[in-house]
Design a protein around this ligand. Structure first.
Ligand code: NAD
Length: 495
């Protein structure tokens, strides 16, 4: 029996007015269905927005420490159900169960962090030019936030948006990707089980057309999207036309730079995890290895290739699986197309480069972890995000060339350098054009917390950040309050 899901409109489960549905299956075993989901319509969206408009005045006036209690409870329920939610996530995305557990832990950490923020949400207190006068700038919620998310982190990414939005007093309308709709659904359900007042959050299912309707809706005052550069650009254009606040968390073309004094074993471990974890389907995945030619660089690449061939590829439910499937048949074709065009442009396949379709692998969308050598910085594969388990090796002569190649793409999410030279490490951290930099660690693995700020430069984003305290900037607007207690007219800049 295929389970049927409904929209969560303001806390109540409701059939979609469209009556249309879509089905989602496990990419590691496509005969296993996760359920039937409604294709939500604009009318469903209008209902959700109407409920949010009604709920907003009370919610924004609820003290933030009280709002925080709901996030604490949501964290506690998520802790209790961690294994069940991890299994749903594993089935939904195909990612290995160990990674799925890590992602649910990220949801818990995010809730706990932003619950703590409920006792801060700091503003600024300044000094007036005049006596008996004070100036404070406070943060206030914006109103109704629309959240459009990608399929690769269908639990963590919605939590990165929902938690800061709710703690600062906004209502939220979430649209997960139709390719991974279930984890987001459970997230919103748990928030209501934790005491979220009716109307404050809604979850609708659908594809890009629903995303467009969210961006266009006049009562949705801020839109946060995680997705590709192409889609982010469209959403930004809409928000620009409507003068709406917009947060963009988009793609990456991340690189690990390995210098000739690096610890090679450490670098190999980092590359294996960075490039092939989540089957290369992370916005921060390492898709370029920029390696300084040295006495050992050739052997290093051969050794890396041997280890890639030993990666365990399969259904994420097996505890030893290291690489799961790609999310869909069309995505696998897209990734393969990148590999084929790279070869036409002159790259060589050192390992991988093919669909995996024998035995257990015939059940899903598996693709061999792939290393391409002989890649040059101008090739398509060196410049464009393929979003799969494909690592391009680019050889360089020295540190300066490595920096130039690392920065020579239109994305700016995550860059890493492996070196034991503190001076070069510090110079790289200053010169890398990216929102996130790692020293002697791979490009993936961002944390949540006060100092953590997740987001990218250049085409990866428009300055917004997630995961830490700076996420509040997306969901709050500033108000400056002058209080004159002198009991007389005081003229700024004149008296
Ligand atoms: P996508 O751009 O195809 O879709 C993202 C979301 O946008 C989905 O919910 C989709 O339904 C919706 N959408 C599609 N067209 C739309 C439109 N015209 N208007 C509004 N919404 C629309 O991306 P994807 O394939 O789901 O995810 C992969 C991409 O996401 C990769 O590029 C990856 O790098 C990026 N990503 C970025 C981050 C980050 O934080 N920087 C995190 C995860 C994934």
């Amino acid at each position: 029996m295929v389970e049927k899901f409904q929209n969560i409109i303001g806390g109540t489960h409701k059939e979609s007015l469209s009556k249309e549905t879509f089905e989602k299956s496990n990419p590691a075993n496509i005969s296993e269905s996760l359920g039937k989901f409604p294709k939500s319509s604009k009318r469903d969206l209008n209902l959700a927005v109407e409920m949010a408009v009604d709920a907003f005045p009370n919610w924004k006036n609820t003290p933030a420490p009280k709002r925080a209690e709901i996030l604490w409870r949501a964290a506690s329920i998520t802790i209790q159900r961690k294994e069940e939610l991890s299994q749903i996530l594993c089935k939904e995305t195909g990612k290995p169960i160990t990674e799925a557990r890590g992602e649910i832990q990220e949801v818990i950490d995010t809730y706990l962090f932003f619950a703590g923020e409920g006792r801060r949400i700091y503003g600024i207190t300044g000094q007036s030019e005049l006596p008996n006068k004070s100036i404070t700038t406070i943060r206030q919620p914006i109103g109704i936030s629309g959240m459009i998310t990608a399929w690769n982190f269908p639990a963590a990414v919605p939590s990165w948006k929902v938690a800061p939005a709710l703690i600062s007093g906004n209502c939220v309308i979430v649209k997960p990707s139709h390719q991974a709709p279930l984890s987001g659904y459970h997230l919103i359900k748990i928030l209501y089980e934790s005491g979220l007042p009716q109307g404050v959050a809604s979850l609708l299912f659908g594809d890009g057309s629903l995303g467009e309707a969210i961006s266009e809706h006049p009562d949705i005052k801020v839109v946060s999207i995680t997705g590709s550069v192409e889609v982010g650009r469209k959403v930004y254009e809409t928000c620009g036309r409507l003068l709406k606040k917009c947060a963009l968390e988009l793609g990456g073309k991340n690189a690990i730079v390995v210098l000739d004094d690096a610890n090679p074993e450490l670098a190999i471990d980092g590359i294996l995890w960075g490039a092939f974890g989540t089957a290369g389907q992370r916005c921060t995945s390492t898709s370029r290895l920029i390696i300084q030619k040295s006495r050992w660089s050739h052997n290093f690449i051969q050794e890396l290739s041997k280890k890639v061939q030993r990666l365990q590829i399969g259904n994420g439910f097996k505890e030893h699986t290291q690489v799961g499937p790609l999310i869909s048949a069309s995505h696998r074709e897209l990734v393969h197309g990148f590999v084929q065009r790279a070869v036409k442009e002159g790259a060589s396949v050192l390992t991988g480069g093919k669909h995996l379709s024998e035995g257990e692998h015939s059940k899903g969308y598996f693709y061999e972890p792939t290393i391409l050598t002989g890649v040059t910085p101008n090739m398509e594969i060196a410049k464009t995000e393929a979003f799969g388990p494909v690592l391009s090796v680019i050889e360089v002569a020295d540190f300066q060339e490595a920096l130039k190649v690392a920065n020579g793409v239109e994305y700016g999410l995550s860059l890493s350098v492996y070196t034991r030279d503190i001076n070069l490490a510090m110079q790289a951290s200053q010169e890398f054009e990216a929102g996130i930099v790692y020293i002697n660690a791979p490009t993936i693995g961002a944390e949540c917390g006060g100092a953590a700020a997740f987001g990218g430069w250049k085409n990866t984003g428009n300055g917004s950040r997630e995961g830490g305290v700076l996420a509040l900037d997306t969901y709050t607007q500033y108000k400056t309050i002058y209080t004159d207690y002198s009991d007389k007219l005081q003229k700024a800049q004149i008296d």
